[in-house]
Design a protein around this ligand. Structure first.
Ligand SMILES: *Cc1c(COP(=O)(O)O)cnc(C)c1O
Length: 485
């Protein structure tokens, strides 16, 4: 049996807590007070917030029901391209929850914090080894903050050379955070067009690179899931004019232990621990975007930095050229523990194998779906592949319809309408943690949807009918969020 998971069963409606309670209900039973009431009481009951009166079971059912509305990587395949929504082994959660880690206070004296400092130090070394870079900061709280850190490092470097520069080159396939980070740091982003293969062209970079350009930001593999084959040549062009190369490492899941990023010409790059290194992400939860740099950029890294001498670990602010602090204390420490635990439990050989499997799975999907959906660039891909709705257009079926119908087959939709360089993009990233059977089910669901697009497009136009909510006005939801119900 190889049916898609589908969706069925019982999903409860759930009102707001304010609509549920009844005066006098209570979730605790404390003994009667045997001391006089304190003035605090009137402060709390007078103009206190309008909290509903609820019993314990009211609260438990409320939150349990809400949790069942959620779809996560623990419930099913989540092929959201550019996000690496892979399964995060639970052991890494357990390690992060150990009392010594989650109770560690950031102001503990160094003598009592040797264990946590050691973990941070070793994690920096592991990330340096995995990327081929020289030094690492663990401070940034996200990939995008890593990008900003990188831009600040570039600005500090050029200032130290006595020649500040104004522009940053960014390919048109880049994630939106790339130009935003450059602009936030005061640089003017300069776009370059991808070539007919979806790759960065050395000629196009050469045409815009000048001595007022601080550097280039490159995502490799890029957001089309393609390896930038001319990366070294592009880096040489930028370096020849005194510029630096920043690597957006969000797609590291394709190349762990396979590509030495320093050798490809990167001067700085970030990793998204919440994508590649086993932290669940989405919903705005904490993330981590360590930045790895070459020896030349090390003096500018944020402070404090973890140092080791003779087996003792210390934190040092003594780096006069540092760009300063990016985050309170040392970044999102709990995320660092998960990454450390993931790297240690996988080991070098398995990290490499994870990337190989991620690439194999994406190529398998690409090959099996390429006659059914239009493949934007028909060449070997890395960890994700990008289709479009070009073949379905004739039946007035769009990428959005396909994505919504997929929910009725029990799958989270892929990334849609990104990257912008592909009209009607459907970007699929299966990751290494999906087995062959689940990937086959996904492929069969996509094939069934393509047949429906021809035979009964109304099914797609009406989708999704089964999930809790149907088509939302996403623009309105983003512009005017209604958070109070
Ligand atoms: C996710 C992503 C980012 C941004 O990373 P955050 O951690 O979400 O800030 C940047 N570039 C690419 C290619 C990405 O996929």
């Amino acid at each position: 049996m190889n049916e898609p998971a589908g969706t069925t069963g019982l999903v409860f409606n759930e009102p707001l807590l304010w609509e549920k309670g009844a005066p006098g209900r209570c979730g605790v039973s404390l003994p009667q007070r045997d001391v006089p009431a304190s003035p605090l009481d009137s402060a709390l009951t007078g103009d206190a917030p309008d909290f509903p009166d609820l019993s314990e079971i009211d609260v438990i059912r409320h939150f349990t029901r809400l949790s069942q509305w959620n779809f996560g990587v623990d419930s099913g395949m989540y092929p959201l391209g550019s996000c690496t929504m892979k399964y995060n082994p639970k052991t890494n959660e357990r390690q992060a929850a150990l009392a010594g880690f989650c109770g560690a206070h950031p102001l503990m004296p160094e003598s009592l914090a040797q264990g946590v400092l050691k973990i941070m130090f070793e994690l920096q070394q592991y990330l340096a080894e995995i990327t081929g870079m020289h030094a690492v900061t663990l401070q940034p709280a996200a990939g995008s903050q890593g990008e900003l850190t990188g831009m600040m490092l570039f600005a500090a470097y050029h200032r130290s050379q006595g020649a500040p520069r104004k522009k940053i080159i960014i390919p048109d396939s880049a994630h939106g955070t790339n130009p935003a980070s450059a602009a936030l740091c005061g640089f003017k982003p300069v776009a370059v067009k991808s070539d007919e293969n979806g790759l960065l062209s050395p000629q196009a970079v050469k045409a815009v690179m000048d001595t007022d350009t601080a550097g280039i930001m490159i995502t490799n593999p890029n957001t089309l899931g393609l390896f930038e084959e001319h990366i070294r040549q592009v880096a040489d062009i930028v370096h020849a004019k005194g510029g630096l190369v920043y690597g957006d490492g969000a797609n590291m899941n394709a190349i762990m232990g396979i590509v030495d990023m320093a050798q490809t010409g990167f001067d700085a790059m970030h990793l998204n621990l919440h994508k590649t290194f086993s932290t669940p992400h989405g919903g705005g939860g904490p993330g981590s975007g360590p930045v790895c740099v070459t020896r030349a950029l090390e003096p500018f890294l944020p402070v404090p930095r973890v140092l080791e001498a003779g087996g003792r670990y210390t934190l040092s602010d003594d780096f006069p050229q540092s760009i300063g602090k990016l985050h309170a204390f040392y970044g999102n420490f709990g995320i660092l523990i998960r990454a450390y635990s993931y790297i240690r439990s996988m080991g070098a050989a398995n990290l490499k194998k994870a990337s190989q499997l991620a690439v194999l799975n994406a190529n398998y999907i690409k090959e099996r779906l390429k006659g059914t959906y239009h493949l934007a660039y028909d060449r070997p891909c890395m960890h994700e592949c990008v289709f479009s709705d070009k073949y379905q257009e004739a039946h007035h079926v769009t990428t959005l319809d396909i994505a919504k119908r997929l929910m009725e087959y029990g799958f989270h939709p892929p990334t849609i309408y990104f990257p912008l360089v592909v009209h009607g993009a459907i970007m699929i990233e299966p990751t290494e943690t999906e087995c062959r059977q689940d990937i086959d089910r996904f492929i069969e669901a996509m094939q069934a949807i393509a047949r429906e697009a021809e035979e009964s497009p109304e099914l797609l136009h009406a989708a999704p009918r089964i999930p809790k909510v149907r088509r939302l006005d996403e623009t309105l939801a983003a512009r005017k969020p209604c958070l109070a119900g």
